[in-house]
Structures are given as structure tokens and as C-alpha cells.
Design a protein around this ligand. Structure first.
Ligand SMILES: O=C(O)[C@@H](CO)OP(=O)(O)O
Length: 248
């Protein structure tokens, strides 16, 4: 028995275009992102990989990407599960800040430590910031568990129980699962699936809008380590662009 898992990072958002740290701020797709989402759906059809169930975060850039991709694939009817555990990493006090300005102000070492180190979170975001989610009704049930900042390790800690309890169960039932989420929540999942070290994960980046397909064996180990991008050329180009964000 093998299992099929599709990971899809949301398409380009307004704040990707403006080069701002986004995290849990609920920014929508821009025109480029909507095109990427539709193309993502086309790639699923062209490769005959059709999801049976959809998982998304609670953020509209992921929700809308999934809806557009599935509509293109004529799979808008599949069951949907949404959970905050798939949200982007909470970027703390960096949410809403310009990446290039942050790089110039704090230097490359600190900037990359905040962006890509496994276990150093940025400073926490104050609850009275305009970019805070402390009063957002969609997270009311979280109580004290609501993050004010997160490093990648924190994302893995909140995501893994959900992977085990829900996503893996659907895979075990033989369903092709689509997870539409974010650069850093997907990096956390890929780290787990591929057994990537805390150091090596720093240089792994995920492009927007290109489905990444994993075939997993009965122990949920990848038969195709690193997964397979359905458009490898576009993925290679877009990965470089993500890696170089901030550097103008
Ligand atoms: O701003 C963010 O939330 C993320 C994803 O866009 O950025 P980065 O790639 O810098 O972690």
C-alpha cells in the first residue's frame, strides 16, 4: 500500500509582491497568485492526480488557492478540513515589516536567523498591534495557546499532532490528500517527511502555487524523497526567488 499526498503552497499574495513579512496576517492573493492557483489545478489534471480530501489553514490565501485549483480540476465538491495548525508560521513582531528594510536594519545574519533558523523565533508581537490576531474570532478557542511569535520548531510541534490524528488517517483510508498551506508550515511538514536536519532545513524553500507530490510507503516514508514538483522548471526558478527575498 502506498499513499499519495499533494502539498500546495498558496499562490502569490499582495504582501509577497510588496515583500512584507506576512505570517498570520490574512492577506489575499493577487492576480499572479490567482493565475498560479488555476495553473496548479491544471497541473493536477494533466498529471491525473485528483484529490479526494482537502486540508487548508484558516487563512484566505490558502483557502482561495485551494478553491481555484480544485475548481479548475472539477473537484470543488470534495470534503474540506481547515485547521489553524496548518497556518503560516506566526512571524511575531516582524509581521507587516518590509523584508528589505529589516535586512538593511539588522544585517544578514540576524535576518536569516529570524527567517530560516530552526529554533530562534522573532520577538513577540504585542496584542495591540494592528497586525495581531489576539482578538480574531477565528482563534477564540485557542486561548493561551495563541502564538505571539513562532520559530519553525514551534510550527512542527503544533502541526505534527494534526498530521498524526487527521491527515495520516485520511491517507491510511486510501484517500489522495491535498494540503494547501504556507511556505513555513509546509517546510515543517517536509522536514518531518524527509527527515531533514535542523541545519539543512534552513536552505529549503517552497515556491508558490506549484503542486509538490509525495508517494509515501506504509511507514509514511517518501518513496520519492523530496517529493516531485509537477512543474520542476518553474519550481526551480521560484525557489531561488523565495531564497533571495529581502535582497534587492
Ligand atoms: O512572510 C511570510 O509569512 C513568509 C512566507 O511568505 O515569508 P518567508 O519566506 O520570509 O518565511
Amino acid at each position: 500500500m502506498t499513499y499519495k499526498l499533494i502539498l500546495l503552497r498558496h499562490g502569490h499574495s499582495d504582501w509577497n509582491a510588496k515583500n512584507l513579512f506576512t505570517g498570520w496576517v490574512d492577506v489575499d492573493l493577487n492576480d499572479q497568485g490567482r493565475e498560479e492557483a488555476v495553473r496548479g489545478g491544471e497541473l493536477l489534471v494533466e498529471n491525473n492526480i485528483l484529490p479526494d480530501v482537502l486540508y487548508t489553514s484558516l487563512l484566505k490565501r490558502a483557502i482561495n488557492t485551494a478553491n481555484m485549483a480544485l475548481d479548475k480540476a472539477n473537484r470543488g465538491w470534495i470534503p474540506v478540513k481547515r485547521d489553524w495548525r496548518l497556518n503560516e508560521r506566526h512571524y511575531g513582531a516582524l509581521q507587516g515589516k518590509d523584508k528589505a528594510q529589516t535586512l538593511a536594519e539588522f544585517g544578514e545574519e540576524q535576518f536569516m536567523e529570524w527567517r530560516r533558523s530552526y529554533d530562534t523565533p522573532p520577538p513577540p508581537l504585542s496584542d495591540d498591534s494592528e497586525f495581531s490576531q489576539a482578538h480574531d474570532p477565528r482563534y477564540a478557542d485557542l486561548g493561551d495557546a495563541l502564538p505571539r511569535t513562532e520559530c519553525l520548531k514551534d510550527v512542527l510541534v503544533r502541526l505534527l499532532p494534526y498530521w498524526e490524528s487527521d491527515i495520516k488517517e485520511d491517507l491510511k483510508a486510501g484517500k489522495t490528500v491535498l494540503v494547501t498551506a504556507h511556505g513555513n508550515s509546509l517546510r515543517a511538514l517536509v522536514k518531518h517527511l524527509d527527515g531533514i536536519s535542523d541545519e539543512a532545513i534552513a536552505s529549503l524553500n517552497i515556491p508558490t502555487g506549484i503542486p509538490l507530490v509525495y508517494e509515501l510507503d506504509e511507514d509514511f516514508k517518501p518513496i520519492n524523497p523530496g517529493g516531485t514538483y509537477l512543474d520542476p522548471d518553474a519550481a526551480a526558478q521560484a525557489i531561488l526567488a523565495v531564497a533571495n527575498q529581502g535582497k534587492k
